[in-house]
Design a protein around this ligand. Structure first.
Ligand code: AHR
Length: 658
């Protein structure tokens, strides 16, 4: 080793020997930590719904895309018609004899970035069909590998007999003999008689909880594994739409899937460098499914509805603002939604829910009005909503918006907070996609918040690092550090949801994101594990934690450390992020323990990376995952070394001596 390196090593050693003394007051439990504290923000961005969580594999299944055969390749004698059986999806295709026995008529669907299937698994094909002549016809349905070198392209085949002029639903199970990521669905006529086809669908049989109109199991499981306390849906900007016409309308997303009208996705052409002209919302994953999923994963449902303003980033023109005196239908949508979720089966909307298969109310407690809106145009529209909701449903908590950012839209943010207090909403939705320095500087942001005003919903946040707009470990570490401030202030911050949630590796518009996937696989980012560590080790009460008498917020003299502490009935939990480039020695004292209380069975869950720019990937999905180690407990104190750039959760079991 040369002298320079030796000096560096000596300096590092000297640095690491300085012990950071942290004190947790176990006898002074503070705020109760709401069960909603860590949750999920779901938006159909990055093909998160169609092509993602929603397990439908057929794109443009109802032939309603403006280019009616987008996603399909037709061959032979195929025509599109518009007098189909489903009023809100009137288009369908007619397959007729191609005119020669050696020719064929049919269609192939390309799916979302391919139709992917696994060997030996079953897929449920379904189609609404009829024979226009009233005779019988045969349809061949195949899963194919279009690029195969084998003799046969088809890896699963079924024949369906179609009879009569009445529209009927036909189903068939396909079990492919091989796994294929970029397969296709092929349908072709196998009889002289022609057929009409509508709503062509293909789902894995093995969906989350086995629902037929179900969710992709691996993705739903990853969401469930976060043990979220709240599920916000359906966004994000898609709540607002590019214009009022394309705003999200929950009433269009319930009832039979065949008759849910298509909506354009606001993320189709948002970025000129990434176009997705085939991005539409089938609404197959609609409000019933969101409520059902929230219930299944134990999260409070938090729907966000349009306030009557289109996405102000995209379209802030007067035509994109509903006049205040014409808001009644929008307000009625909010009132009807509460009835849909909570009304008993004798109410008109409760009846709809019951008929969809959920007679019991969903127990909705929260509603958000407006996503990322700003200006007096938002406030004057929110006001009549608040009045109507308070009058009819004082039991429902209302979430208002603080606009796009307290960082680069601070003036708007401050204005909106003032107005939200004035309107007495229950929670204010704050969004921050901000760089490292801003998030780190904000670890103490809520320490000084007004305790008497509305609570905070950190509804969208993520570290968007300078020059590195993708998932990487250091961004996750910054989030972990920032989140100590959320946790410490659980009396004022009641919900926090990282955003966005899901992204298709071939179809993203926005990154970083929490979970990535292709058609067959998925992986969790390092940020996911940060969220999961907070959520699984949420605790029930905040405990005061200090270093030299001050909260640990990365302040001067705190060596880049950020920390918070909580407890539950049988544990003390301390979270510490070391954002510095050097290892840090920690001594954590648990003061104020009862005389008969001892600490036993310590363990630490550590998230770190040898490369701050690294993240997990499809190829290496577990490069960065929490690693568990035992932790030596010495009386009422632990000592530990926290590696440079790492996040640790120290968990100590309480034991009461008899
Ligand atoms: O999460 C992506 C987008 O960021 C959301 O749609 C919007 O609310 C915010 O601007």
């Amino acid at each position: 080793m040369n002298t320079f390196l030796l000096t560096l090593a000596a300096l590092a050693a000297a640095w690491t020997t300085e012990t950071n003394e942290l004190v947790v007051r176990t006898d002074k439990p503070g705020a109760e930590i709401p069960s909603t504290m860590y949750g999920l923000f779901f938006e159909d961005i990055n093909y998160a719904a169609d092509g993602g969580l929603y397990a439908e594999m057929v794109k443009n299944r109802s032939f309603e895309f403006p280019q009616r055969l987008m996603g399909w390749s037709a061959f032979g004698n195929v025509s599109v018609r518009d007098d189909g059986p489903f009023e809100r999806n009137p288009h369908y295709v007619r397959l007729e004899h191609p005119g020669h026995k050696e020719k064929r008529t049919g269609l192939e669907n390309e799916g979302y970035f391919g139709v992917a299937f696994r060997q030996g698994e079953s897929y449920r094909f379904s189609v609404w069909a009829r024979v226009p002549t009233g005779q019988s016809a045969k349809l061949k349905v195949e899963l194919i590998d279009p690029d195969t070198m084998n003799e046969e392209q088809a890896v699963a085949t079924q024949t369906i007999d179609i009879k009569g002029t009445g529209w009927q639903k036909y189903t068939a199970l396909l079990t492919p003999a091989q796994t294929e990521a970029k397969g296709r669905l092929r349908i072709f006529l196998d009889s002289p008689e022609g057929v009409d086809l509508e709503h062509v669908s293909l789902f894995p049989v093995d969906t989350w909880m086995g629902h037929e109109n179900g969710l992709r199991k691996d993705l739903a499981q990853k969401l469930a594994d976060l043990k979220p306390g709240v599920l916000r849906f359906p966004g994000g900007c898609i709540v607002e739409g590019t214009d009022l016409e394309t705003r999200y309308r929950w009433k269009n997303t319930i009832g039979p899937v065949e008759n849910r009208p298509l909506n354009e996705n606001r993320w189709q052409h948002s970025f000129t460098y990434r176009f997705f002209p085939d991005y539409y919302q089938s609404c197959g994953l609609g409000f019933y499914e969101f409520f059902q999923f929230a219930e299944e994963i134990g999260a409070e449902p938090l729907p966000i509805l349009s306030v009557g303003l289109a996405c102000q980033f995209q379209n802030n023109s007067p035509e994109a603002h509903v006049p205040v005196d014409s808001l009644q239908p929008y307000i009625q949508d909010a009132l009807d939604l509460i009835e849909f979720a909570n009304g008993d089966a004798s109410t008109p909307w409760g009846k709809v829910r019951a008929e969809m298969g959920h007679p019991e109310p969903f127990g909705m407690k929260y509603i958000g009005i407006g996503n990322e809106q700003w200006g007096p145009e938002y406030v004057e529209r929110l006001c009549p909503f608040v009045k109507a909701l308070r009058r009819a449903h004082p039991e429902i908590q209302i979430v208002g918006s603080a606009g796009p950012s307290p960082d680069w839209m601070k003036e708007e943010f401050d204005y909106l907070w003032k107005e939200m207090k004035h309107l007495e909403v229950d929670l204010v939705d704050e969004h921050y996609y901000s760089p490292e320095a801003w998030l780190l500087s904000q670890a103490a942001r809520y320490d000084a918040y007004d305790r008497k005003g509305p609570k905070v919903f950190a509804g969208e946040y993520a570290c968007h690092a300078v020059g590195k707009k993708w998932n990487h470990f250091n961004a996750s570490l910054v989030e972990a550090a920032f989140m100590t401030g959320l946790e410490r202030n659980a009396d004022v911050v009641h919900m926090a949801t990282y955003a966005p949630l899901l992204a298709h590796v071939e179809g993203w518009q926005w990154r970083p994101d929490l979970i990535w996937f292709d058609n067959l696989h998925s992986f969790a980012s390092a940020s996911y594990y940060v969220q999961q560590l907070y959520s699984l080790y949420r605790g029930t009460h905040v405990l005061p934690l200090t270093m030299d008498g001050k909260a640990v917020t990365g302040a001067e003299g705190q060596n880049g450390l950020y920390a918070s502490a909580v407890c539950d009935a049988d544990k003390y939990i301390v979270k510490v992020a070391n954002t510095s480039d050097t290892p840090q020695r920690l001594a954590i004292a648990f003061d104020g323990l009862k005389r008969y209380e001892v600490l036993t069975e310590g363990r630490v869950l550590m998230l770190s990376s040898d490369n701050p720019d690294a993240d997990n990937s499809l190829e290496n999905p577990e490069r960065i995952v929490p690693v568990e180690q035992p932790l030596h407990v010495e009386g009422h104190r632990i000592e530990a070394e926290l590696p440079a750039k790492s996040f640790a959760v120290y968990i100590l079991k309480k034991h009461l001596m008899k």
